[in-house]
Design a protein. Structure first.
Length: 202
């Protein structure tokens, strides 16, 4: 399926206050996930109850959503997509994380995850594993590189601590690069730290 033209906004507002506020939300969600349980989490936010309102003005992403199973999981800090052993698309998400943010950010995270599927980041374009097996496998650098390639198009629609070209520790990275190009850039950097908010895939 061909993606619609992506609206570009390359002037994200990611000041220190916004970053700190989002970090507090992430920390609170992590603490709740550690002490809570799935039933309590779903009482705070159930994706299946919100999906229609989130995507009512996004017909393209709504069409994608119909082919993606959505399951709550407290072991993941934010959200992620993967292919199940049965060959189905699955999005796993932490309800406590989504409960901390407003509808705009929730929609942005959904779009972010669906772009990973659209752009084949977790399927055909996965890099080969480092063990020489020839198998394709997700790794941290590819995770960050694919997040950068997506977030350049939706910088104001995700949490301020997201991986965004031109912002924060990625200030010297140009926008509108392919994931493979971002991977090459990351490999050339020795100061890179992955203790940042980049949506995790399993």
């Amino acid at each position: 399926m061909a993606a619609k033209k992506i609206k570009k906004n390359l002037t994200p507002n990611a000041g220190d206050d916004a970053i700190n506020a989002d970090r507090e939300k992430m920390d609170r969600a992590a603490a709740n996930a550690k002490s809570g349980n799935i039933n309590d989490a779903l009482s705070k936010f159930d994706m299946n109850d919100h999906i229609l309102s989130l995507l009512e003005n996004e017909p393209f992403f709504a069409a994608i959503s119909r082919h993606v199973e959505k399951n709550a999981n407290l072991s993941i800090p934010t959200a992620g997509v993967r292919i199940t052993s049965e060959g189905h698309y699955e999005m796993i998400y932490n309800p406590y994380f989504f409960a901390e943010f407003d509808q705009k950010i929730r929609l942005g995270v959904l779009k972010h995850e669906f772009y990973h599927l659209i752009l084949e980041h977790v399927t055909a374009r996965l890099p080969e594993a480092d063990d020489g097996s020839g198998k394709k496998k997700m790794n941290r650098m590819w995770n960050v590189a694919t997040d950068l390639s997506i977030n350049t198009h939706i910088p104001n629609e995700i949490p301020a601590i997201g991986c965004i070209p031109g912002v924060g520790m990625f200030a010297d990275m140009p926008p509108n690069m392919r994931s493979e190009e971002h991977t090459s850039e990351l490999q050339s950097r020795v100061d890179i730290s992955y203790a940042v908010f980049c949506l995790k895939k399993k």
